[in-house]
Every structure is written in C-alpha cells, then in structure tokens.
Design a protein around this ligand. Structure first.
Ligand SMILES: Cc1ncc(COP(=O)(O)O)c(C=O)c1O
Length: 270
C-alpha cells in the first residue's frame, strides 16, 4: 500500500513489519504508520507525555497520534520497540551520510568516549584537527566554531554579521528553517492564509525581533532586488539554506543563489 501525505512526503507500507518514511511523518502529519498496530510505543508515549512536552524533545520529532519509540538503527533502517523496521530517508536531517551506526564511526566514538568526556576548559587535538580538515575542504570556511545545534550556529552567525556590519536587519526566505530562535523562527511553514506576511512560529516571539527580520518569497529575484535596494543600509545578513529542505525539497531556480551572492557583495551584506 502507498500513501501520499503531500506532494513531497510519502509513507510506503511494505508489509506488517516494514515501513518507509519520509519527512511528513516527523512533521506530525497523520500518516499511515499508526494504522499498523503499535503497542509499546503507544503505552510509552502516554507516559512520556506526562513528563516531557509532547513526549519528545524537539517538535520536529513529534508524531500524531502518539510518539514512535525507536530502539536501534543500522545502515538505512531504524527499528522501533514494537519490532518494526523503517527505511529512513531522513538520516538525522543530513549528518548521517554514511547511514546509521557505521562500524568505523561507532569505533571512533567508542575510542573517544573511553578517554575523555566533557571539559569546561581548553580544547582537544581532535577539535583542532577536525577544524583544520573542514577549512581544507570548504573554501569559504576560513575559521570554524563547533556548535551543538543549527540554531546555536545561526544565532552566532547573525550576531557576528550584526557586529561586523554595524547593521541590524536580517533577511530570510519563507519556508526556510534557520533555527528556532526569535530572530529566524518566522514563516517557516506558515498556514496558507499567512503566506506573504511575516508569521512568528511561536507565541511570545518578540515583535521587536520580528520587526528586524525581513521575510521574502523563495526564488523571486525581482522581489529580492527590490528589498535589498530598499534596506541595504540596514541589512546585516541574508540567511538561507541552499535548498529549502524543511518544506520538502525546493531547489533554487538557476541563478537565484548567485543573485544573493552578488547583491550581498555589492552592498556589504553578509
Ligand atoms: C540550514 C539550517 N540552519 C539551521 C538549522 C537549525 O538546526 P537545529 O534545529 O538543529 O537548531 C537547520 C535545521 O534543519 C538548518 O537546516
């Protein structure tokens, strides 16, 4: 049986014990997986909700009508506590390029965990060596700061851009997700009637913060050029994924990213 959750997300039930998932499921959309009996997940989900918000620790992991409890993972598969196998197309939203629990990665993590854990001062040779490797392979990365999450990184990046340019505003695109902090958690997946106006994702996002964030439609060169021309003296940074991947996979139109680069370079915007 195949079920399409939207034009970009789909779940394929291969058998009673094998299911394919893609982004829709983890977005909390009512999918097909719960139609296959889940016992332990349903019971534990109830318990987890009494001590955690929604039974999860990130709303992207929230599933409806109850939380999927996972037990182990290997290669392209993840397995839940009810014994079902899922083909995982998300792979941690990107970093698991080698698949789940690759033996070389597991060995390296084990080796590192055996000799150190968490220090409040200093650094390690590993951190320096990894940073050096990144600067060698990513020409635009002159220096590296490791962060625990994407939001942590974009928060730093925006602060740095404001300090460097002496300007306040930032520009993001509707449908883009640069993190959950107040500067950018705006118009990430707006309801249809909110498309076209800056829409804060959560209650209590400061209106003063929203006022400093310009939200534009993705892939619209003319609107971008107009906005940059209007706000160039206030605009510290334009922040974007290269492909909008939190609302499916929305590729940039040919030349769109080059236009962003060209405009930012011309007007002293990061
Ligand atoms: C480009 C980009 N920036 C920031 C984030 C935010 O990451 P996190 O949710 O880990 O804070 C994401 C997450 O998908 C991302 O893709």
């Amino acid at each position: 049986m195949e079920l399409f959750l939207s034009s970009v997300d789909r779940i394929v039930i291969l058998s009673d014990t094998e299911i394919c998932i893609s982004a829709g499921l983890l977005r909390g959309e009512r999918g097909a997986w719960w139609m296959v009996p889940q016992k332990k997940s349903e019971i534990l989900s109830e318990k987890a909700r009494s001590v955690t918000v929604g039974g999860v620790h990130d709303e992207l992991r929230y599933t409806d009508p109850y939380t999927l409890f996972l037990k182990r993972a290997k290669g392209s598969k993840i397995y839940d506590i009810d014994g079902k196998a899922y083909t995982d197309f998300l792979l941690g939203y990107g970093p698991l390029v080698l698949g789940h629990c690759h033996p070389k990665v597991v060995q390296a993590v084990k080796r590192a965990a055996a000799i150190s854990d968490l220090w409040g001062i200093g650094t390690t040779e590993f951190e320096y060596k990894l940073a050096e490797k990144i600067t060698q392979h990513v020409p635009s990365a002159e220096k590296v700061r490791f962060c625990n999450a994407g939001s942590h990184a974009t928060f730093h990046a925006i602060r740095l851009a404001r300090a460097f340019t002496g300007k306040k505003k930032i520009l993001k695109f509707e449908g883009g997700y640069p993190g959950w902090h107040d500067y950018v958690d705006i118009s990430v997946m707006p309801p249809l009637d909110k498309v076209g106006t800056p829409w804060p994702v959560s209650a209590r996002i400061l209106p003063e913060g929203v006022a400093q964030t310009i939200v534009l439609p993705w892939n619209d060169v003319a609107t971008l050029e107009r906005a940059v021309s209007q706000y160039k003296d206030e605009l510290a940074a334009i922040i974007t994924e290269l492909i909008l991947h939190n609302i499916g996979v929305v590729m940039p139109k040919e030349g769109f990213l080059h236009t962003i680069r060209e405009l930012t370079e011309r007007h002293g915007i990061i």
